[in-house]
Ligand binder design. Sequence first.
Ligand code: PEP
Length: 258
Amino acid sequence: MNSISNRKPVLAANWKMYKTVSETRDFLNAFLPLVNDLSGRDIIIAPPFTALSAVGELIEDNRLVSLAAQNMYFEQEGGFTGEISSIMLKEFGVKWVILGHSERRHIFGEDDRLIALKVKSALENDMIPILCIGEKLEERESGLTHEILERQLSAGFSEVGSEEAYQVLVAYEPVWAIGTGKTATPDQAQDAHFHIRSWLTSRFNSGIAGQIRILYGGSVKPDNINELMSLSDVDGALVGGASLKPDSFAEIASCRVE
Ligand code: PEP
């Protein structure tokens, strides 16, 4: 992370569809003492909806660790079977929401417009959106990475005004690196993050772009986190598989951050 920026590093755990309530309690009882002495970073846990309450109770008043949802719908209530809204999430102390994760886009068919409405709804309801973007392998191999990122950014920020843009977090997650064990090289990650920040500069301005935190996601592990965090436009990580074990996520959360 760039030492002259004031972007607070973020280490976020995306548990996907893993962990029952009792497994969640076991995780936190082991994890929280391991990160107790850390400071100068946001540690975020995004459990399945069914475990939000358990995490909320166990981290209550924790100055370091806070709660995210993995998704939400943009309406507040109504006939939307199977969906959940921001007012429901906020009851559990949820502060952040992951939106447009590649599994939502590519398994559940979420499109750019739906994701844009969710980003808008999160901001209107005092939740911080973590907007996920990233190219597929064939898009990278066809030289389309920048174009795909621009399309997803332009849609994701289409309903975001200049006065609120600084609150949004962007997670760059190349689809080919998620859950595959293949991490982007430092050059690939920095190139994509720099491109995202340049796009944000032209869409808003350099002051706003300089405040927006851009996380990297895709097979982040204890042994590659420090190198990723040393890149000037990488402000944190969104971690799937390696966030499921307390020791491994504690090591990632304890990365060097100056
Ligand atoms: C993710 O789910 O956002 C992710 C990056 O997964 P993994 O760390 O397992 O690649």
